[in-house]
Structures are given as structure tokens and as C-alpha cells.
Design a protein around this ligand. Structure first.
Ligand code: ADP
Ligand code: MG
Ligand code: ZN
Length: 446
């Protein structure tokens, strides 16, 4: 039995959250809108209409490229990718091929491995087809929405690396605020390319040669399905090679019911896109000043933030990762830290509180967290001594109730318990408070 290893590369499509579409003024916010209400002659591909470039989209594409350590090309070009399918009214998609906007990037995974990014290019989305009882309905609202394609080199060797990469990318896109990156809504779509090769017996031999084929897994809309499809595919390919079969380039889909991949398109039918430069658009020129400006204005990236929490705040790696995902939680955490400083509540306590309580940051204010932590201290940490102190205060503040109690009307103790609880912000144990109050009230010396 031979040993095999998978060789995998990922292509990810990301829909940008720009106000308007890539080449026209139509609103790009189409989700849940009536079919074909966000259209115009440009995105419907009507003759005589001319596209123009959306600057906001280009800027967001550059942000993604820079965050992935790419070189941004000062000169890039749009090209026509020709194919006939009803989701594209023009008969071609405007994309980038030979001169992409961003190239040669890299990203580091959890296992310290570096994945090379081949390109980050700008293109446009297609319309949406719905097949219904022998008929096909077309909605062009999505046609022309800015789409960025991020392509890695075939550097993945383990399925968990793919998952890690996709998660990291999603987190990055959300940090940059360039896309909602919601997989269910199709904001982020993964395509995995999978092949397997025999592992050479000598460990010292560097393996550079890629398998001569690759299977492209398409239209998979969740991390879980992607992992399942890739795992299935690796096993299927190894089995085929062991049987002496020759594998060829194919596109396959994932059947979630049968838990297997199935053939969608084989090499014989592969498209020839006949790319050529888009004659209706100028070259895309980005001057280096602008690239620098964009680079300088990038937010702190999730992995940098997480590392900073580890080194500056001495937070454990796992906790730092929780606190930096999503960015809103990190922002909230930092706001709580600020208040904590003023009230002598430390980093560890705040971090633990946020993590253990799974605080819903949308329903509380940072100041409340500090109050809660301080309140909790009395009941749980400060305990008896602290509570006694507060109980004595309450007794001093309510001489009349004390007299009434001592005269035999002991039910008034509940009012005193209530007063103590109020001072502790409800974080003390009421039964214990009652016990302490009874003790104090029965002590004639108090
Ligand atoms: P296409 O548009 O034809 O799919 P791309 O260049 O956009 O071509 O994407 C090719 C993808 O396939 C890249 O992610 C690349 O890393 C990956 N890839 C290339 N060769 C192999 C291989 N032998 N096995 C697995 N993946 C591969
Ligand atoms: Mg592909
Ligand atoms: Zn339009």
C-alpha cells in the first residue's frame, strides 16, 4: 500500500458590500429585494450602454490584497471572459486575467504554515437563476455586483488547513469591513481544487511536482460541507489511483444527502473563455501614493490584534483569539478595559468575565460590565467581611428599622436585606446577607 498526500488550492469569491454595482450606479444591496428591481442598461447588457469603474470596489479589493501581503499592481486591466449562459446578459463577464490588481501575497495559518496567495482580482457577479418545474427564472439584481476572487497556490496539505484558511479569510474580510462574508447568503463562496500524489519514500527529497490533474469542487456553501467534500474527494482519488485508474481534470459538486461528490463537468467540456482586454474600460492605474495611503489606513488585523493581546496584556492565546473575534467584541473588550483602569478592575478579570459569561455585547454597556464585576466581588470574592461592612452601613443608615426589629417585628429585616442587596448591585447571596444581618442585629454592641 502506498502513502498519499493531498495537494489542494482554494479559490474564494467575495461579494463586496459597496453601495453601487461594479460598472453602473445600481444599488448593490440586492438581498431580499424584488427580482430585477436593481437593474439598468449597463448591468442588463443592453447594446450601447457603457460601463465605468466603481472606485469604492477597487479600493476594497486593494485593502484585501494589502492585508494578504500582496503587491498591488500600479497598472492592471479588465478583460472579457466570454461564455454563453443566461446568468450573464452580456455574453461575457468583466474580470481580470493576465493583469490582476493584486498578486503574490501570503497568509500564515495556525500551524505556522505560510500559504501563498496567487492573486486577488476584481470582477463582477452574475445574475441568479432559479429553476422551477422545467422553467428557468432570472433575477439580474446580482448581475454586476462587485466580486473579488482570491486564489491561493496549491499549498494546502491537510483538510484542517483549508478550514483554518477559510475562517481566517472570513474574519479578515469582516475586520476590513469590505464584505459581510456570510456564506449562507453567498457573500463568500469557496471552491477547492484537490489532487493527491504519492509521498516519496525519502523524507529529504523536496516534492515540487504537482499532480497532472485537479478536481475542482464547486458551489459549496458552508465550511462544513466543504470539509466533508474535500475529505470524501481525497479518499475517492486515492482509491482510484490504487486501482490503477488515471484521474483527469473535472468539476464536481457535493451531494449532502448522499454524502458524496458527483461529476458536473469534465475536461472535454471545459470552457475556452477567449479572454481579451475590455475595450470599453481604460487601464486601471493606481498611483503608489494611493496604495500607501490605503496601506496606512488598514485597521489592526485580527491576527496582529490577537498577538498584541498575548504580549501586551498577557492573555492566553486561546482567550486572545476568542476576544478578537469578531472585531466588535475586541472593541467592546478594549472599552471595558478603559473603564476597568479607572475602577481598579484588571485585564484578567475582565477577559474571564467576558469569555465565561458569553456576554451579549449588544445588550450591555462597557460600564455595566465593570459594575457587574465589582458587584460580584462582594458576593463571591469579598464575602463575609465585605458583606458585614455593607450590612453595618445599612444598619447605621436605618436606625428606626433597627428599633422596630429589636422590638420584635422581625419581618422588617427584609427591608434591610433589600438595602444591602441594592448596594451590592444584586450580586450577593440574599440568604447569607440575612444571616449576617440577624447576627449583627442580635449583637447589642452594634
Ligand atoms: P481556474 O480558474 O481554471 O480554476 P485558477 O488559476 O483560478 O484556475 O485556479 C486554480 C486553482 O487550482 C488554484 O487555487 C491552484 O492553487 C489550484 N491548483 C493548481 N494545481 C493544482 C493541483 N495539481 N492540485 C490541486 N490544486 C491545484
Ligand atoms: Mg477555478
Ligand atoms: Zn445597473
Amino acid at each position: 500500500m502506498n502513502t498519499y498526500e493531498p495537494v489542494m488550492g482554494l479559490e474564494v469569491h467575495v461579494e463586496l458590500n459597496t453601495k453601487s454595482k461594479m460598472f453602473c450606479r445600481c444599488s448593490a444591496d440586492y438581498f431580499g429585494k424584488g427580482p430585477n428591481t436593481h437593474t439598468c442598461p449597463v448591468c442588463l447588457g443592453l447594446p450601447g450602454s457603457l460601463p465605468f469603474i466603481n472606485k469604492e470596489a477597487i479600493n476594497k479589493c486593494i485593502q484585501i490584497g494589502l492585508a494578504l501581503n500582496c503587491e498591488v499592481s500600479e497598472k492592471s486591466l479588465f478583460e472579457r471572459k466570454n461564455y454563453f449562459y443566461p446568468d450573464l446578459p452580456k455574453g461575457y463577464q468583466i474580470s481580470q486575467y493576465r493583469w490582476p490588481l493584486c498578486i503574490n501575497g501570503k497568509i500564515t495559518l495556525e500551524n505556522r504554515k505560510v500559504i501563498r496567495i496567487n492573486r486577488v482580482h476584481q470582477e463582477e457577479d452574475t445574475g441568479k437563476l432559479t429553476h422551477q418545474g422545467g422553467e428557468t427564472l432570472i433575477d439580474f439584481n446580482r448581475s454586476g455586483v462587485p466580486l473579488v476572487e482570491i486564489v491561493t497556490e496549491p499549498d494546502f496539505r491537510e483538510v484542517k488547513e483549508i478550514r483554518d484558511y477559510a475562517k481566517k479569510l472570513q474574519q479578515l474580510l469582516r475586520y476590513l469591513g469590505v464584505s459581510n462574508a456570510d456564506m449562507e447568503k453567498g457573500d463568500m463562496r469557496l471552491e477547492a481544487n484537490v489532487s493527491v500524489r504519492q509521498v516519496q519514500s525519502s523524507k529529504f527529497k523536496v516534492q515540487n511536482e504537482l499532480p497532472k490533474y485537479r478536481i475542482e469542487l464547486k458551489n459549496i456553501n458552508s465550511f462544513r460541507f466543504m470539509v466533508a467534500a474535500v475529505e470524501y474527494e481525497i479518499k475517492r482519488q486515492i482509491k482510484a489511483l490504487e486501482k490503477g485508474e488515471k484521474l483527469a481534470q473535472e468539476t464536481r459538486g457535493w451531494d449532502e444527502d448522499k454524502k458524496c461528490t458527483y461529476l458536473q463537468r469534465s475536461k472535454e467540456e471545459a470552457h475556452d473563455y477567449r479572454y481579451f482586454p475590455e475595450p470599453d474600460l481604460p487601464e486601471l492605474i493606481i498611483d503608489s501614493q494611493n496604495i500607501k495611503k490605503t496601506r496606512d489606513s488598514l485597521p489592526e488585523l485580527p491576527w496582529d490584534k490577537s498577538k498584541r493581546y498575548e504580549s501586551e496584556l498577557e492573555i492566553k492565546k486561546a482567550d486572545a483569539q476568542i476576544l478578537t473575534d469578531p472585531k466588535e467584541l475586541a472593541d467592546f473588550f478594549e472599552a471595558v478595559l478603559e473603564h476597568g483602569k479607572k475602577h481598579g478592575v484588571g485585564v484578567k478579570e475582565i477577559a474571564n468575565y467576558l469569555i465565561n459569561k458569553r456576554v451579549d455585547i449588544n445588550s450591555v454597556l462597557p460600564t455595566q460590565i465593570i459594575e457587574d464585576i465589582k458587584g460580584k466581588k462582594v458576593g463571591v470574592i469579598g464575602d463575609k467581611e465585605e458583606l458585614e461592612k455593607i450590612a453595618k452601613e445599612v444598619i447605621d443608615e436605618n436606625p428606626n428599622l433597627v428599633i422596630v426589629y429589636r422590638e420584635g417585628k422581625t419581618t422588617v429585616i427584609m427591608v434591610l436585606v433589600g438595602a444591602v442587596m441594592k448596594k451590592t448591585l444584586g450580586k450577593a447571596d440574599a440568604a447569607k446577607v440575612r444571616e449576617i444581618l440577624v447576627e449583627l442585629l442580635n449583637d447589642p454592641g452594634v
